[in-house]
Design a protein around this ligand. Structure first.
Ligand SMILES: C[S@@+](CC[C@H](N)C(=O)[O-])C[C@H]1O[C@@H](n2cnc3c(N)ncnc32)[C@H](O)[C@@H]1O
Length: 207
């Protein structure tokens, strides 16, 4: 099956609305990942079909559970999930942050080539980065254990903001949360062609 068909079939299976233009942009992003992976070491997955499920569909799967409007993707690596989310939600803003300057250089270039006006990139260690305007949502995938994710980024979240942690089976990690952090929801996700367990954990600060 072509990558176009793989993507369209996965989207249909998840019941998501993705315009043809957005599908083209997602595949353009995949092509950039493939092209530059050898230089920047962006992903361990090298098979394009596997990239569709492990990267595009996995990132798309969380979309129905996110909220407006100012997002931070911590430890975004080659741009996941941030680039996919930015393609899908042009009216929201996405700051993609990673401490690796090569990866951030790639994302900066990808955002220009994909004409993503709603993407900003930052090369920082999250725990050291300070902002004036905090975020409504902070997301991460494959960045750190949930406890470390919230501890390292708490200073960047608005008082009424929430974290979204993309995880496999999160139960053990959730037993180790810092005081004052509550789990709002654990959503089990079905990602087409992905055998592994996937979930989205939404967390907030206890009032
Ligand atoms: C395993 S990669 C995950 C990349 C991407 N989120 C994905 O799912 O493909 C973890 C990323 O976190 C970044 N990272 C690790 N510690 C960090 C820190 N303290 N601040 C910012 N980025 C960090 C690394 O440079 C790396 O790119």
């Amino acid at each position: 099956m072509s990558l176009e068909k793989e993507l369209a079939a996965g989207i249909a299976q998840m019941g998501l609305e993705v315009t043809p233009e957005q599908q083209v942009k997602l595949l353009d992003y995949l092509a950039l990942l493939q092209k530059w992976n050898g230089v920047y070491n962006l992903t361990a997955i090298r098979q394009p079909e596997q990239m569709v499920s492990n990267h595009l569909l996995d990132s798309l799967a969380v979309l129905p559970y996110l909220w407006p409007r100012r997002w931070l993707d911590v430890g975004c690596g080659g741009g996941l999930p941030g680039i996919v989310l930015a393609v899908m939600r042009p009216e929201w803003s996405f700051t993609l942050l990673d401490s690796n300057s090569k990866k951030i250089g790639f994302i900066q270039q990808a955002a220009i080539e994909l004409d993503l006006q709603n993407v900003e990139v930052r090369c920082e260690r999250v725990e050291q980065w300070q902002v004036q305007q905090k975020f409504d949502g902070i997301i991460s995938r494959a960045f750190a254990e949930v406890a470390d994710f919230v501890r390292l980024s708490r200073h960047l979240l608005k008082d009424d903001g929430r974290w979204a942690a993309m995880k496999g089976a999160p139960e053990q990690e959730l037993a180790r949360l810092p005081d004052g952090i509550k789990v709002e929801k654990v959503i089990t996700l079905q990602v087409p062609k992905l055998k592994a367990a996937r979930s989205l954990v939404v967390l907030g600060v206890e009032k």
